[in-house]
Design a protein around this ligand. Structure first.
Ligand SMILES: [Zn+2]
Length: 133
């Protein structure tokens, strides 16, 4: 007997044997209001009842797999956000270092220019001294 054994009408389903040319001797379950205005349309071959629960088992397994995948996806999302944050921090560090480097380069250029000016001034003075002699 199929699980429940009650159709959408809320009544017990009936167990019958087919006498059609297509399914001779095949057992089935159907709504007891079959072919009446109250027929809910329930019909199930008895040899497919097991298939029905096997199908349900398959669906349950898929649901579990889906839940697992969702959990893994959530973990990956968290990791991704973490990595993204670290990347952003690294970018900030790099731009700070770049600014510092630019600053130091400017200072070095300034220092070099100052040295050149001082040396030139010294040389000029010496030439003046030489000329004076
Ligand atoms: Zn029914």
């Amino acid at each position: 007997m199929p699980p429940g054994g009650i159709c959408a009408c809320g009544e017990l389903i009936v167990y019958l044997t087919s006498h059609t040319n297509d399914n001779p001797g095949r057992h089935f379950w159907r709504c007891r209001n079959f072919k009446t205005p109250r027929d809910c349309g329930f019909f199930l071959w008895d040899d497919e009842v097991g298939l029905g629960s096997a199908r349900q088992g398959g669906i349950d397994a898929l649901k579990t797999e889906l839940e697992d995948s969702k959990k893994k996806l959530e973990e990956l999302k968290t990791k991704f956000e973490d990595t993204n944050r670290k990347l952003e921090e690294s970018k900030n560090k790099i731009s700070k270092l770049q600014r510092k480097l630019d600053c130091e380069m400017m200072n070095k250029n300034l220092a070099f220019s100052t040295i050149v000016v001082v040396v030139l001034a010294w040389l000029t003075n010496r030439e003046d001294e030489v000329l004076l002699i």
